[in-house]
Design a protein around this ligand. Structure first.
Ligand code: ITT
Length: 196
């Protein structure tokens, strides 16, 4: 069994990544590990913030761990909200007001192309590896569905006519940026344990 601490305070991410992992892998969330820590995300890129989160927890626990930083990038807004996705409208993360702000800014824009991006930072035996997953799509004109979290009700992945908010977790996984990054993580960890 490969056991890793997942350095996140976002329960939705924990649920999605747990569901995406095959047998033989188990993750312990920060809450389950008894770590009550809000890890800062001060950097201008998803990569640097992911590294910050995994490094803080690796130093604290000495255990193999990973984190992920993710965001939604829109073409019409030059990549915004991007790295600021969690705190787009306010300083406190608030899903509904973030989505409202995004829809308001895109109201008169023809180009509604967007992409979700996840960067996973894995620290194993004191070495870091990064894995990326991207999901291309468009932003709906109004929220639809109440599944998922964050911007899910306004994001329609390419290949579907429904928002992530209208999908079950299993359906979202067919397209998900997070699932794509997790797949790369699993391939890496599988090779590592075969080789060791
Ligand atoms: P941790 O840093 O504790 O992992 P967080 O919620 O602060 O959790 P991020 O800094 O990575 O996570 O912010 C990502 C934000 O991007 C998140 O709050 C959502 O608003 C949005 N987001 C990321 N992935 C998403 C997804 O699959 N569906 C909808 N929104 C998503």
């Amino acid at each position: 069994m490969t056991e890793l601490i997942f350095a996140t305070n976002n329960e939705n991410k924990v649920r999605e990544i747990r569901q995406a992992l095959p047998e033989g892998f188990s993750i312990i969330s920060l809450k389950e590990a008894g770590i009550l820590k809000d890890i800062p995300e001060p950097h201008p890129t998803l990569e640097a913030n992911a590294t910050e989160k995994s490094t803080v927890i690796y130093r604290l626990t000495g255990k193999n761990c990973f984190s992920e930083d993710s965001g939604l990038e829109t073409e019409a807004l030059d990549g915004a909200p991007g790295v600021r996705s969690a705190r787009f409208a306010d300083n406190e993360p608030e899903y509904a007001s973030n989505t409202e702000k995004l829809l308001a800014l895109l109201q008169d824009k023809e180009n509604r192309r967007a992409r979700f991006k996840t960067v996973i930072s894995l620290i194993i035996n004191n070495e870091e590896q990064l894995f990326e997953g991207i999901c291309e799509g468009t932003i709906a004109t109004a929220p639809l569905g109440n599944g998922g979290f964050g911007y899910d009700p306004v994001f329609i992945p390419d290949g579907s006519d429904r928002t992530f908010g209208q999908m079950s977790l299993e359906e979202k996984q067919e397209f998900s940026h997070r699932k794509k990054a997790v797949k790369k993580l699993v391939v890496y960890l599988t090779h590592l344990s075969v080789g060791s």
